[in-house]
Design a protein around this ligand. Structure first.
Ligand SMILES: [Zn+2]
Ligand SMILES: [Zn+2]
Length: 360
């Protein structure tokens, strides 16, 4: 089979590799589309080293069709279309014992810690599969993972109807939080970013969303103005690595300053810097800070919303490239982050003529 293999950092090569061997409880999936995630960009640059071991086939956001099932697989069969929840938890650590899998101390991801979906075929255990119904396209199915991150953060933040929400960071994750949040509250939604193109993308998908460019306005003052001086019920931090802007607060502290008394801040952005916050600002509000990582079964909720057409998945896709152009896709994301959001890699480039077994 062919796969996009990260052979060395900054260098991903479309090449022949062996088809994965499935375990008894696993299926082999013919991948249709896979998405490039922000984490993949960090992996590409070598920023996940030494967690990532090269050569690696990245890709934890993907979907496709089952072509082979292990003897212990019960609920799925050949020909089923599936999305794959890529997290593999240990089941034994203190978090797992409490069924809090995203916090598993040895959490592994397909496509990060082991070979993933930027390949014609990928293996996955049955219990991480979610059936994709015919009314959901292959392209949309590949977005289930990243959209589920939005739903998980809304669950962590306890978003309910009539909540007002500010989302700091209008990148891939921020846009997914926006989409998930809109299915839960009809009230004010505000997006904060420093790139107009990203804010415009949100506004195009949801014309009633308020957008704030931190380079042009004071986001906290503007959020207060939009909410009649009250502040929002929940602020999400989906910026991660942030650039210092003179005279402006960092995103986490900005979130704290933009919530009402007894409001909540949900943090998702991964960065390696220490982020200064003034705890007095948190204590005065008797506020809550909550962290959110990956997802926890929100695939089902995401798929349900895709069926109900309550999401706008197509607005997340900026480009579709065949997977043999993976290197180019990563370079595009690095060079022009304002122009691209989710790049989909199409794995079905030409029909496979030989049987899988012949390729082994
Ligand atoms: Zn991801
Ligand atoms: Zn665990």
């Amino acid at each position: 089979m062919k796969a996009a293999v990260l052979e060395e950092y900054h260098n991903i090569v479309w090449k022949d590799v062996p088809v994965p061997q499935i375990a008894r409880n696993e299926v082999l999936i013919r991948v249709k589309y896979a998405c490039i995630c922000g984490s993949d960009q960090h992996i590409f640059l070598g920023e996940f080293h030494p967690r990532t071991q090269l050569p690696l086939i990245p890709g934890h956001e993907f979907a496709g069709e089952i072509v082979e099932t292990g003897p212990e697989v019960r609920n799925f069969r050949k020909g089923d279309r599936v999305a794959v929840d890529p997290i593999l938890w240990c089941g034994r650590c203190p978090a797992c014992e409490r069924h809090h899998y995203p916090a598993c101390t040895t959490l592994k991801l397909i496509g990060v810690d082991l070979d993933g979906g930027f390949a014609e075929y990928v293996r996955a255990p049955e219990h991480m599969l979610y059936a994709i119904t015919p009314d959901i396209s292959d392209e949309q199915a590949a977005l289930v993972e990243v959209l589920s991150i939005g739903f998980h953060s809304c669950k962590r933040g306890g978003v309910k109807n009539n909540d007002t929400i500010a989302i700091w960071g209008a990148g891939k994750v921020g846009q997914c939080i926006l989409q998930a949040a809109r299915t839960k509250t009809a009230n004010t939604l505000i997006m904060v970013d420093m790139l107009d193109a990203r804010l415009e993308r949100a506004k195009k998908a949801y014309p009633d969303v308020h957008i704030i460019n931190v380079l042009k306005e004071d986001p906290v003052a503007k959020i207060k103005e939009i909410t009649d001086g009250k502040g929002v019920d929940i602020a999400f931090e989906a910026v991660g690595h942030y650039r210092e802007i003179p005279g402006k607060v960092n995103p986490v502290r900005g979130c704290i300053q933009s919530i009402r008394g007894a409001g909540k801040v949900c943090v998702l952005g991964l960065s390696d810097e220490v982020t200064p916050v003034l705890f007095k600002e948190l204590i005065w509000r008797e506020a809550t800070i909550i962290a959110s990582r990956v997802s926890h079964g929100e695939f089902a909720e995401t798929i349900e919303n895709l069926q109900k057409k309550t999401l706008k998945p197509d607005t997340l896709i900026s480009d579709v490239l065949t997977a043999d152009r993976a290197q180019e896709a990563f370079e595009m994301l690095e060079a022009e982050p304002e122009k691209h959001l989710k790049i989909l890699l199409k794995l079905v480039i030409e029909e496979v003529t030989s049987k899988i077994k012949d390729q082994r």
